[in-house]
Design a protein around this ligand. Sequence first.
Ligand code: ADP
Ligand code: ASP
Ligand code: MG
Length: 417
Amino acid sequence: MRVFKFGGASVKDAEGIKNVYDVLQKVGYEDVLLVVSAMGKTTNALEVVIKDYFEKSSALKSSVQEVKKYHNQVLLDLFEDDKNPVFTAVQAHFVELEYFLSHNKSPNYDFVYDQVVSYGELISTTILAHFMNHMGIKTEWIDVRNFIKTDSNYRDATVDWDLTQKNISKNVKRKMLNITQGFLGSNENNFTTTLGREGSDYTAAIFAYCLNAESVTIWKDVPGVMNADPRYFENASLLNQISYREAIELAFYGATVIHPKTLQPLQKKEIPLYVKSFINPLLKGTSVSKGVNLEPYLPCFIVKRNQLLISLSSIDFSFIMEENISEIFSLFHQFKLKVNLIQNTAISFSVCVEDKFDNFDELNAILSKKFKVDFTPDVTLYTIRHFNDSAAQTVEQGKKVVLKQISTETMQIVTVE
Ligand code: ADP
Ligand code: ASP
Ligand code: MG
């Protein structure tokens, strides 16, 4: 079985959905499982709904309406006949969403978040499955929440591999075109959970692992994995073939073309990952597999914006050692700050972190009792894999460098712009 993942960009409008059909015609669709994200920026639009809901804003109605209008337009563009059952199927999801918003009693933001954002994927897959049927391809629509089981850590749930493996081996039908939602799972009480933003690539890897799939292909608006994000770097070039290790490193440092959690399950079973263009599906793209890189080592550039640089120094000139460091790290873990760079000297300790959940103020209050805390918000972290002098120069030109760290293969530079 092959697993294909179509992200938000590939299904952002009716043309995108038609293009998925074209891609499948070209590359085949028997014995395939499609993992699909919410259309375009739907997840962001649903985040606005959640914000309005918690702020009890009068804008709530119109923010829900926005999401409805967007999907309705796609439906009208795809199906001439407004009696097509897809209209009621999509409507049913909106009825459920509105019912949840008017009846929910839980004050837990993360819980509500997952219950609400999940409609993005539920709706996109409903539309795609109906469209495939409309075009004569029989599909099996799967509710992923009956397959991927997780703990109850809403918004960043951890997969229960044993249960998930059992569900998938027992219930996924082979020789079919299966369509399911990326990003979602459910906990032991069958409440919806999510695997973290951009988590649909990971969903594809989970299915591939449990199905012993032949390969995973993630279909993108770029030709494959490149040595830099082409949005920010002119002259980015395609990497034809890279090892799992290189891909993990690139994804870990922030090459958003692959979600970092995707590689590990695939590497464990040596399932190849292809990153390909949904615009030119017959081009080779990038192949990620076992072994050494066949590429000459091109410098690879990764940019992470909106980072927070925190420097801690001891108040009484005592060393920052194992004991404090482990305490500091468990606090980062507790407050869900993702550490992207660490540098320490005898009495000071600097980290570049991502504060996705806006927890730094609370953490700062705790840290400040023990350390002198300095911080700079909105810094940019550049990582160069396989760096050389000219690559470093490209990054540093015209910017103020506040921190730099070099290891054998990787250079990291923190700048304020
Ligand atoms: P999806 O629709 O699957 O969510 P994304 O938008 O998350 O797709 O990922 C594709 C984008 O990743 C590209 O448009 C590109 O701007 C960005 N990107 C970042 N780093 C790289 C890289 N090294 N190679 C290719 N694309 C990259
Ligand atoms: N729709 C989710 C998001 O935008 C998951 C994904 O697209 O991978 O984060
Ligand atoms: Mg995405």
